[in-house]
Each structure stands twice: as C-alpha cells, then as structure tokens.
Design a protein around this ligand. Structure first.
Ligand SMILES: Cc1cc2nc3c(=O)[nH]c(=O)nc-3n(C[C@H](O)[C@H](O)[C@H](O)COP(=O)(O)OP(=O)(O)OC[C@H]3O[C@@H](n4cnc5c(N)ncnc54)[C@H](O)[C@@H]3O)c2cc1C
Length: 521
C-alpha cells in the first residue's frame, strides 16, 4: 500500500507540475503509522487543518475517531498556508489603533454601487460605522463587515448562510485555537479586507511566522494527545453506504467502519485534468498546492449522489514564483510591499482582490511583476527571511542597485518608489486607490521577487449546509456524511479572500466534528 501511494503521488506531481516539497519550516508532524483499529464512532478522511480540527472536536464530544491520511505527514495544504486567519471583532484587534477609515468607506461605496442585493447588510455596516465614529472605542470591525467583504470579494456568488456562520464563528475559532496552545496574536492587512483582520502567529522575537507550519504540529499533537488514531499513507477510495446511510470508508482492501464520516480531503488544484475541465484557460499555469490535492473527496461523495457547487470557480493567485511554484504571501503587500512591472512602474492597487490583481498582472508586458520590500519589512518577518534564504529574491543596496538586479530602468524605479513613499506619507493613492499603506519603503537593502499568477484555490466543491451535512441533488442531507474545508464549496463564491480559508477550516472543521459526534450518539 505504501509503495503504491508513493508512486501515485509521484505521478500526480509530474502531471500537475506541483512541487513535492512542502514549504514549511520542517515542523510537520508525522504520527506513527498504526492500523490496528478499523472501527470508530467517527471516521475522518484527510489530516489537514479541517480534518484534525473536526477530529479534536469529535473527541471533545466523547467519540472515538480514526483519521485516514494518504500522505506520510499530516497537514496537507494547511501546512503551506502562510498569511493567517481572518476573524472579526476579536480582543487582538482591540489592541491596535484604527486607521482604516478609507478602507471601510471604499467598501461601503463599492457595495452600494455594485451590489444592490446587499443593501440591507451594507446599511447595517454603515450604521455600525457611524456609531463607532460617534464613540470610537477599541478597533472598528464587525461580523457584518466581515460578511460584506467576503460577499463583495466573492462577487456575491457565495452561500450567504455559510458566510454568516464563518463571520460569526471565526472569533470563537481564534479562542478555540488557544485551547490547543495556538495563539494568533498579531493582526494585519490583507487583500480584499476593508480593515486589519488577518490574525498571525509571531515567534519569540516578535517576528511574523507562517500560520500553517505553526498550526499543523499543534493540531496534530492535540489530536494525538486526545487519542485520535491516525492511519497514515492510506488513501480512501470509496464511501460505504448501508441502508441509505454512510457507514464507512474503503481504503484499498480495508474498510473503516463508523457511525459518521467526515470528508476533509482538501481541494483539487493539483489535479490538472480536473482544473482544465472547468478552466481550460489555466493550461500551463503553475500550481501552489501540495500534490495530494486531487479532489478525491469530491469524487467519492459524488459517486454516491452528493451535489457540488461552483466547481468552475478556481482561483489564481498573483504572487507565485514561476521557477519553484512557491506562493509569496499576500501578507507582504498587506504589510507595505508594492508590485511593479518590467518598466519599473506600479500598475494596480496591490491589496485588491486576487482575481483583480492577477488580471492586472497578466496584462503587463511579459505577464509578470516584481514584488518589492525594504529592509524594515525583512527585519519584521521571518517569512521574508525564508524567501531570501530560498534564493527567491534579487537584492540591491539602494533603489538603483535593485533596479539593475531586476533588469528594469533605474530612473523609472526611483521615481516609482519616491511616488509610493509620498502616497504612504499622505495616506492616499490617487493613481490606483490603494487604502492600506503600512510604512514607507525607504531603508536599504531592498529586495524584489519576480512573480506571476499560479493556480491556488478551488472555491467549488461539495454542497453542504450550515451543519456541514453533505447535500444531494435534491438538497437533502446524506445521512452520516459531513464535509469541511476546501473539499466543500459555497463559502468563498467566485473569489476567496486571503485568510478566509484558514477561518473556513477551523470554523467548519469544528462544526463537522460536533455534528458528526452528535449524529453518532
Ligand atoms: C501556499 C499556500 C498558502 C496558503 N495560505 C493561506 C493563508 O495564509 N490563509 C488562508 O486562509 N488560506 C491559505 N491557503 C489556503 C488554505 O491553506 C487551504 O485552503 C486549507 O488549508 C485547506 O485545508 P483542508 O483541511 O481543507 O485541506 P488540506 O489541508 O489540504 O488537507 C487535506 C488532506 O487530505 C488528504 N487527502 C486527500 N485525499 C485523500 C484520500 N483519498 N484519502 C486520505 N487522505 C486524503 C491530503 O493528503 C491532505 O493531507 C494557502 C494555500 C496554499 C497552497
């Protein structure tokens, strides 16, 4: 079995052009393979963030749990996640100063102009904002503004009920993570969010660290400590249905039997054939995902009549290194980085939504851009230090030297940087309408990373309700079958906001574990 799985992954990697090495700090947890029991109250398929969160919550509700994972390590794409987790109305936000008036006003104007269907929600947010301005205490963010950002970002294709749960429960997810010793204490800006909402971990020196390689070992340890049994290097292939109820999972010759099954197998961005079926235009794009993201859960569930939603909604991310397929986190732009084209000129609001920034980038000469940071940003982030260590950057002691290393016109880049620093000082970007500025880019050495879009996230997937029950084509819940995380569709609509997927896996992973446990009573 192990050999077969290894061969399968290798061939998938070749097919998908996906990198085989997880981009983490070497912290992945590797539970001891153990295949003694084949029966438990709840069977979870996939040991990524959603699966392990669900497993922990099911055990917390008093149930026995087996997690089946096809890779040799826990984590999946969750290990690769870098930026952080969105949550509104948190105590962490109240520790920072509110200076995002322009972001809120821009969102309200955009929602009014483009989304009349969201008029009621927009009016609620406007009222909340007026009340805050009249009596400014703490930081301004609300669950309703989180919803509005997510719906506008997702072009209002999202399932509103799921988005409401996401927005209301994310702050509880941040608190829940503290119970497994995970503290996302730093709050910052990210694309498509009107205010500072993304929650990130920091190391002992106070530097930002990647969220996934921070969370995965903690989730794995918590699950192991609570007695979850992991069955590693074992790919589930089929759901078992008895008298109309899902009662287990087949993996090769072994059947794992349970009262409920949770699918948490992640998305399908690494399955080139499946991506091109829905988006033929993405032929030749690199992919940021772990190689195992091949849509297995979608195949298993649709084989027994599950419905899917938004399958053609596949996100490309604008800042991917084309040589290594490594994603360069949006957090850099949130923290002040700019994008310039091969002529050394800015061309778009860098913290716009991913679809919009990607489209603007593709329209530039050569279809690529340079992401620029300065030494102050490097000093504050071990994530950027990691990019430098991986050889992803070119460097210059001053802006002219950086331009030479990038092969762009020095005078043009100096003019761009001067103009940008004036925008930061004024808190206004007349040319492209960016509303989050952070600090000036004015301390050498300067660094640039060459980036272009890559296939990143599959917004579509299994159709679920707010209890994470998987629905059939008639909208009825399939008894005993639950799903959470990137295997599902509907939360993110036509475009996922950065930070919303980690919120998704924690919020809906928890619900899946609780609901499956209740069903298994
Ligand atoms: C480079 C990168 C950076 C990202 N950064 C962020 C970020 O900063 N913030 C954010 O919100 N989102 C981010 N995302 C998105 C986010 O990480 C994912 O959407 C999310 O982690 C998916 O979690 P999941 O639990 O649903 O799936 P995964 O974490 O992918 O886990 C799925 C697991 O299921 C296993 N599996 C699959 N098929 C089978 C099978 N047949 N049998 C057994 N096991 C199976 C896989 O091996 C895997 O371990 C990023 C994604 C990438 C790729």
């Amino acid at each position: 079995m192990k050999k077969l799985v290894a061969l399968t992954l290798a061939s998938l990697m070749l097919l998908a052009g996906c990198s085989s090495t997880p981009k983490n700090d070497g912290n992945e947890a590797t539970p001891t393979p153990e295949a003694a029991a084949t029966e438990a109250d709840v069977i979870v398929v996939g040991a990524g963030g959603a699966g392990m969160t669900a497993a922990i919550e099911a055990v917390n509700a008093g149930k026995s749990v087996i997690v089946i994972e096809k890779a040799a390590m826990t984590g999946g794409n969750t290990t690769r996640s870098t930026g952080g987790m969105n949550a509104a109305n948190t105590p962490e936000q109240d520790l920072i100063e509110f200076a995002e008036e322009a972001g809120v006003e821009k969102m309200l104007a955009s929602a009014k102009e483009n989304y009349p269907d969201l008029a009621e929600l927009t009016a609620t947010v406007e009222k909340q904002y007026e009340e805050f301005k009249a009596n400014p205490t703490g930081y301004f963010d609300t669950e309703e503004l989180f919803m509005l950002d997510t719906l506008v970002g997702g072009k209002n294709l999202n399932d509103h009920a799921l988005v409401e749960v996401l927005a209301n429960e994310a702050k509880n997810g941040i608190e829940w993570l503290k119970t497994i010793d995970a503290n996302l204490s730093q709050v910052g800006s990210f694309g498509g969010a009107s205010v500072k909402r993304i929650h990130k971990p920091v190391n002992d020196e106070g530097k930002t660290v990647a969220v996934g390689s921070y969370l995965v070992p903690k989730l794995t340890k918590a699950a192991e400590d609570k007695g979850v049994q992991f069955v590693m290097e074992t790919a589930a292939t089929e759901l078992v249905v008895t008298d109309g109820k899902v009662t287990g999972v087949k993996a090769g010759d072994t059947t794992y039997t349970g009262k409920a099954v949770i699918l948490a197998t992640g998305g399908f961005a690494a399955n080139t054939e499946m991506v091109l079926k829905y988006k033929p235009d993405y032929k030749g794009f690199v992919c940021t995902n772990a190689p195992g993201m091949t849509g297995d859960g979608i195949a298993m569930a649709t084989a027994i009549g599950a419905d899917t939603v938004d399958m053609e909604q596949i996100q490309i991310h604008p800042t991917v290194s084309q040589e290594t397929s490594a994603l360069i986190t949006e957090g850099l732009r949130g923290d002040g980085a700019i994008l310039v084209n091969s002529e050394g000129k800015r061309f778009f609001d860098e913290v716009g939504t991913r679809d919009a920034v990607s489209a603007a980038e593709v329209a530039q000469p050569g279809g690529f851009a340079w992401l620029i940071v300065d030494n102050k940003m490097v000093e504050a982030s071990s994530v950027i230090a990691g990019y430098i260590k991986q050889g992803l950057t070119v460097e210059g002691a001053d802006v002219e030297a950086l331009a030479a290393a990038m092969g762009v016109d020095g005078a043009a880049l100096v003019e761009t940087m001067d103009k940008w620093n004036a925008c930061v000082e004024a808190g206004k970007d007349e040319e492209f309408g960016r509303t989050s500025f952070a600090n000036k880019l004015d301390e050498g050495p300067y660094y640039a990373i060459k980036v272009a879009p890559g296939v990143h996230h599959t917004m579509g997937g299994l159709k679920i309700n707010t209890n994470t029950e998987v629905l059939d084509a008639s909208g009825n819940a399939i008894p005993g079958l639950y799903a959470a995380g990137e295997v599902t569709g509907g939360v993110h609509g036509a475009n996922r906001l950065g930070g919303n997927a980690v919120a998704d896996i924690i919020v809906f992973g928890r619900i899946a574990g609780q609901q499956a446990a209740a069903y298994a009573n």
